[in-house]
Design a protein around this ligand. Structure first.
Ligand SMILES: [Zn+2]
Length: 385
């Protein structure tokens, strides 16, 4: 009996020493505490060029994106298609696995995949989602749920409320049962579940801007029934992507352990599907302001990694002629859908150099996880019965 307990004692001490060494090692090798992942949906190189050309100095103008020190290319194709969609690309960015188009964080055989955002949450970090489309849309959803199809919106809405995500800001109030006219929850509305879970709900810009950010605040802001408006025609009741990101950063940055915030400039894609260069540029310039905000935050808060990328290019945008002043620029759109063009990666902060070169899209979260000290990522989950 005595020998056993002595052995037990020894093994406990040994485990403790290992744990201390591991923690010390992990602390030394985890320079990244906060991650701001900015996804320009549909944002190709020429979309960025068009935004630059729209500024006062024309081709000589400098976007916030242009100031980022490390750039790379993401090979973004889907498992079943050279031309990917937001679901498969966001799955790759959230989980580190390629899958088929339409799938949310599941492999083609249905195996559910671990999300870097949910892993960060499990490790005690704060998490947040900001988007200019419905927060149940493919890009946000791939970070939060496992589903065989991106189309079951109400299921996605119910599931994302169970993820303990600290901030949700965007469109999609309909799926949560908000009356579009009164902005009040209908009976049996899904939003009641959020309120039960302690979320503060805001339904318009004023509510968001005037909100007092209290310690431990959990926030859900749904500003319109479906997707939010284009920046150029934004309703007075809708906050801008910049305003949503500012408030989200205030909430998640309260956590001394750090945070993982995903912000999607989603309507760059929507404007490109309709081949509207003007609206696309409006969306991209707003997204670039958010890039500027993230870079400022990272400069003020060492240990913050900012990664900007796209899921895919939309519209096959080409710039076929024009003057460097930005006058007489001609655009040609080759498609009303997505294309197989590789998309850019930009990075700033500790470990940013690891995002340069030509990378499979799946390497982006893998490298972020390594820099955050999240071991065992990427990983499939146990199949649920
Ligand atoms: Zn699209």
């Amino acid at each position: 009996m005595k020998t056993i307990s002595k052995q037990l004692w020894r093994s406990m001490v040994f485990t403790l020493i290992l744990a201390v060494l591991w923690t010390a090692g992990a602390a030394a090798e985890t320079p990244v505490k906060n991650v701001i992942l900015l996804i320009g949906d549909g944002m190709g190189i020429n979309h960025i060029t068009a935004a630059r050309l729209s500024l006062a100095e024309g081709a000589y103008s400098v976007l916030n994106l242009d100031t980022m020190p490390y750039t790379g290319f993401s090979l973004n194709f889907a498992d079943n298609n050279l031309v990917t969609d937001s679901a498969a690309a966001a799955t790759a960015l959230a989980t580190g696995f390629r899958t088929e188009t339409g799938r949310l964080a599941t492999l083609p055989d249905g195996t559910p995949l671990e999300s870097i955002m949910l892993r960060a949450k499990a490790e005690g970090l704060s998490t947040g989602i900001v988007s200019t489309v419905k927060i149940t849309d493919a890009t946000p959803a791939a970070f939060l749920v496992n589903a065989d199809s991106r189309t079951f919106e109400r299921d996605v809405a119910a599931a994302i409320l169970e993820t303990e995500t600290d901030v949700f800001l965007g469109g999609g109030a309909d799926a949560f049962g908000i009356n579009p006219f009164t902005k009040q929850p209908k009976s049996n509305a899904l939003i009641h579940r959020a309120l039960e879970k302690g979320y503060t709900f805001v339904s318009d810009r004023e509510g968001l801007l005037n909100l007092e950010i209290t310690p431990g605040l959990k926030l859900i802001g749904l500003f319109i029934g479906g997707d939010m408006s284009f920046e150029l025609t934004r309703l007075p009741t809708e906050p801008s992507l910049m305003e949503m990101t500012e408030r989200a950063l205030e909430v998640v940055s309260q956590n001394p352990r750090g945070f993982f915030l995903m912000v999607e400039g989603a309507r760059i894609d929507r404007a490109s599907h309709t081949q509207s260069a003007k609206e696309m540029v409006g969306e991209l310039l707003m997204f670039d302001q958010v890039v500027g905000l993230a870079l400022e935050f990272a400069k003020d808060n060492p240990g913050t990694l900012v990664v900007v990328t796209a899921d895919h290019e939309t519209g096959g945008l080409a710039i076929t002629s024009g003057h460097p002043s930005g006058e007489t620029v001609n655009y040609h759109w080759a498609s009303t859908g997505h294309t197989a063009a590789v998309v850019p990666i930009y990075a700033y902060g500790p470990g940013a150099e690891r995002f340069s070169g030509t990378l499979p899209i799946t390497e982006i979260p893998v490298r972020i996880a390594e820099l955050m000290g999240l071991t065992g990522f990427p990983a499939a989950k146990e199949m649920e019965e």
